[in-house]
Write a new protein. Structure first.
Length: 141
């Protein structure tokens, strides 16, 4: 079964600006999928100066089919992420099935415990990964 590019995934990336280098690496790794029209990768780096940035983020979250969380101590310490990004992103996960993919950027026992307490129910199961990879033509049929 071929992939229909009109059904591209809208990927919202939530990250702390202190973790900008990780966002840049993620963008590099996903560039081929973006170029092929398989995904539409969105981060706040796409906000045009002079626009209402809060509304732009809100719209991107509401249209996301996948939410990638670049999780670090700085991510968890961010008041904006905790109050303005995570709640609506987790809401669309509950109500519309948006897939949440936490990417842990640093090892820490305290960080791990905090993540498990807040995001454990959103960790992707191996079967979901296989299904998504198969749809993209990159995994087993």
């Amino acid at each position: 079964m071929g992939y229909n590019s009109s059904e591209h995934a809208k990927v919202f990336v939530s990250y702390s600006h202190k973790d900008q280098k990780y966002l840049e690496r993620l963008q590099v790794h996903l560039k081929d999928l973006e170029r092929k029209g398989i995904i539409d990768l969105w981060s706040d780096t796409k906000i045009i100066p002079g626009t209402n940035w809060r509304e732009e983020i809100k719209r991107a979250i509401e249209s996301a089919t996948i939410g990638v969380l670049l999780v670090s101590a700085d991510f968890l310490a961010s008041q904006f992420i905790a109050e303005d990004e995570l709640p609506p992103l987790l809401k669309v996960a509950r109500t519309r099935g948006t897939v949440i993919l936490p990417v842990i950027l640093s090892k820490s026992r305290a960080l791990h415990a905090h993540i498990r307490a807040r995001l454990d129910s959103y960790l992707v199961l191996p079967l979901q990964i296989k299904a998504n990879a198969s749809q993209l033509g990159t995994g087993p049929p």
